[in-house]
Design a protein around this ligand. Structure first.
Ligand code: PNW
Length: 453
């Protein structure tokens, strides 16, 4: 089947949504008592962001949220996934709430509900208060407790109206790019020394689940990034490298969440733990992390090709190899819709009855979209990408995977982290000089798809 044939029916009650995150769209970095985050610091350091832009203004969503909610209403979506900026709620990462920061999300949530859009809130999409980074960030166990306090404040104000809470966004990407390779804030280059940031994020997740449960009856979950691993070679060393990468990317943040404990090989499993690891993973931590969740958020972009490292004694036990033979997005990411089907059925096979219902909390693509003289913005590649991935989701549902919803990344072109404003993921084009929003042809396509459901 192709974009030409209509998409098959999805289960009744399937949620159609779009997703964004605070630092990528809000701007308003000095508004209403907001504190600094690690991304404010990082984006202002020379050489960090490819085009030298920052999130200082981004899509100015902080001031234009009403217009953006109207765009969502025009799509007819059932749910909107946004993130709350921790430094708006606790400017220094600790202490009492800044009421003006909470007021913004209060207004946003009410505007969504008025338009029949369910608010889905992510508590942490990478914008850690800088004051917490100054005392070690997620390498410091205390940050997990600070995160639970923040969750309590957010849910105390919004818990009656947010319909789904997600604790963390992609703790794997935050650990690897933020603490491992330094491509993201806070810019640390610890390689496997970043692993404590995995444990502390997961501990923070578990503590936050408990804090949320006490203040909301809404479902609670987490949004993980997954990438099916394609071994590039059939040798034993290639397969071992692929398994090592799979444990790091796909299991490190899911095995312990679903009660399996940590995968072996990362220094977190008691069987291999030296004295240092025992201090890292303390008695009782795994039970906190395995607190039952109602939803597993799945973010999918592409599979990963992995081979044995060229130098066996190098710093990493695997090497990434670009997958060939697929169309590519402007990010140079391969377009592999069947990877999403493979990922969903693998999760089901791996975790069985322990796997909670799934929401696809992100899926989307970047292309070099431009607004034409007639004010149109044609993005046929994005339509083909989304269509292909939705068919893959549908096949997984037909194969028995419990997928309850799908959120396009993203509503708007936005600040794409280290890529700045050079990678456009939106259903809506944003002119970053004028802040004019222009719905792309994919916006109309998604609107029509939703209206036929
Ligand atoms: C996700 N990778 O990040 C994030 O949740 C979004 O904030 C982001 O805009 C979106 O995907 C598109 O990049 C990722 O290197 C960042 O594989 C990097 C990777 C994957 C996801």
């Amino acid at each position: 089947m192709s974009p030409g044939t209509p998409l098959p029916a999805f289960p009744p009650g399937f949620t159609w949504g779009v997703a964004t995150s605070s630092y990528q769209i809000e701007g308003g970095v000095d508004a209403d008592g907001r504190g600094r985050s690690i991304w404010d610091t990082f984006a202002h350091q020379p050489g960090r962001i490819i085009d030298g832009t920052t999130g200082d203004v981004a899509c100015d969503h902080y001031h234009r949220y009403a217009e953006d909610v109207a765009l969502m209403a025009g799509l007819g979506i059932g749910a909107y996934r946004f993130s709350i900026a921790w430094p708006r709620i606790q400017p220094a990462g600790t202490g009492p709430a800044e009421p003006a920061g909470l007021d913004f999300y209060d207004r946003l949530v009410d505007a969504l509900l008025e338009r029949d859009v369910d608010p889905v809130a992510t508590l942490f999409h990478w914008d850690l208060p800088q004051a917490l980074e100054d005392v070690g960030g997620w390498l410091n166990r205390d940050t997990a407790h600070r995160f639970a306090d923040y969750a309590e404040l957010a849910a105390g104000r919004l818990g009656d109206r947010v319909k789904l809470w997600l604790t963390l966004n992609e703790p794997f990407i935050h650990m690897t790019l933020g603490y491992g390779t330094g491509e993201h804030a806070p810019g640390r280059t610890l390689l496997f020394g970043a692993v404590p940031a995995a444990h502390h994020q997961l501990l923070g997740h578990g503590l936050a689940v408990a804090a949320l449960r006490a203040r909301t009856g809404s479902p609670v979950g987490i949004a993980n990034n997954y990438s099916p691993v394609r071994p590039q070679g059939t040798g034993e060393a290639d397969l071992a490298a692929a398994a090592a990468y799979d444990a790091l990317h796909n299991r490190l943040f899911t095995d312990p969440l679903l009660g399996r404990g940590y995968p072996v090989g990362l220094g977190l499993d008691p069987a291999e733990a030296g004295a240092g690891a025992a201090d890292l993973v303390r008695d009782g931590d795994l039970a906190v992390i395995a607190a039952p969740i109602d939803v597993l958020g799945v973010n999918y972009y592409n599979p990963t090709g992995i081979a044995a490292p060229a130098e066996p004694d190098g710093p990493l036990p695997f090497e990434m190899v670009p997958l060939t033979g697929y169309p590519r997005t402007a990010f140079d990411w391969p377009v592999v819709p069947e990877g999403l089907h493979e990922l969903l059925t693998t999760l089901r096979d791996r975790y069985g009855a322990d796997l909670p219902p799934i929401q696809i909390t992100e899926n989307g693509c970047a292309y070099d979209d431009t607004v034409a003289a007639d004010d149109g913005c044609a993005d046929p590649e994005r339509i083909a990408y989304l269509d292909g991935h939705l068919r893959a989701v549908h096949r997984a549902v037909a194969d028995g995977v419990d997928v309850r919803g799908y959120f396009v990344w993203s509503l708007l072109d936005n600040f794409e982290w280290a890529e700045g404003q050079t990678k456009r993921f939106g259903l809506v084009h944003v002119d970053f000089d004028s802040q004019v929003r222009t719905p792309k042809s994919s916006y109309a396509w998604y609107r029509d798809l939703i209206s036929r459901r």
